[in-house]
Design a protein around this ligand. Structure first.
Ligand SMILES: Nc1ncnc2c1ncn2[C@@H]1O[C@H](COP(=O)(O)OP(=O)(O)OP(=O)(O)O)[C@@H](O)[C@H]1O
Length: 250
């Protein structure tokens, strides 16, 4: 279980998170919505270790994460995607996806990328994980392509594959459907639903495309001005007048 307790984040003048408390059970896929600036990315950053909370705690399977480095947090099986794909330019899709799998290997990410000698067995295993992750989101046929040749939508799918290739216990997806065409979005929705059904991983998903999100998650946390406004099943949240006023109506 992921346990967030009394999380507070202040950036100089901005109070970005105000005493946020939330639980995400093993195997649960939960949505995180709210207006621009509500604190969604800040909350994801606190879980992934890129944002240090001012107070409060984040625990995953009982281990306190909020004082650990991003690498140690990744080592605990937490993987994320970013609002922007953040791929390694000049490298192929396969190389990019393999950097996600590196936490499972015994050698470092950069050595894996430059294919240093002596990595053969490790590389084969990471490659298997990467290929499975690419197949899971339908980019397997692009493995040898330089990422720079891909569309924005394809790059986003590669970023999702990179996160999946680490076989995360907890997945943080920051706007996975942004920049995708309607058709790509429908395919990704089916792919992610199949992935979660098969792997029983937990996830927190930020997504502005509510149709996509509501089909993917079991419940939704609504964040407004740094506080949790409500949490509930997608249909209940959609129909909640306070949510409509604070979020959907803006
Ligand atoms: N590094 C930072 N330094 C200062 N202020 C920040 C920083 N990161 C975020 N903020 C501020 O904290 C608040 C919450 O930002 P955050 O990006 O978490 O919101 P969000 O809900 O993810 O918004 P969006 O939907 O626009 O991505 C905003 O007022 C933002 O300007």
């Amino acid at each position: 279980m992921l346990e967030i307790d009394g999380l507070d984040v202040r950036f100089r003048g901005v109070h970005a998170l105000r005493s946020v408390t939330a639980r995400i059970d093993e195997g649960a896929v939960v949505g995180l919505i709210g207006p621009n600036g509500a604190g969604k990315s800040t909350m994801v950053g606190c879980i992934a270790g890129t944002v240090r909370p001012t107070s409060g705690s984040v625990r995953w399977r009982g281990t306190r994460l909020d004082r650990l480095s991003t690498e140690r947090i990744a080592g605990h099986g937490i993987a994320r995607t970013y609002q922007h794909a953040r791929l390694f330019h000049g490298h192929t899709v396969l190389d990019n996806v393999m950097t996600g799998a590196h936490r499972l290997g015994t050698h470092g990410m950069l050595r894996a990328m430059v294919r240093a000698p002596g990595l053969r067995r490790d590389e084969i295993r990471l490659r298997d994980h990467a290929e499975e992750a690419m197949a899971a989101v339908g980019v397997g046929h692009l493995a040898a392509a330089p990422v720079d040749d891909l569309t924005a939508g394809q790059q986003r799918l590669v970023a999702v594959a990179r996160a999946l290739s680490s076989r995360p216990g907890f997945l943080l997806l920051d706007e996975p459907a942004a920049g995708l065409t309607d058709a790509e979005r429908d395919v990704l929705l089916g792919d992610l639903r199949r992935y979660f059904a098969r792997h029983r991983g937990s996830a927190l998903v930020i997504e502005h495309h509510l149709g996509f999100l509501m089909e993917l998650v079991s419940d939704v946390i609504v964040l407004v001005r740094g506080s949790v406004l409500t949490r509930g099943a997608p249909d209940a949240v959609r129909a909640d007048p306070a949510v409509i006023e604070a979020y959907i109506g803006v």
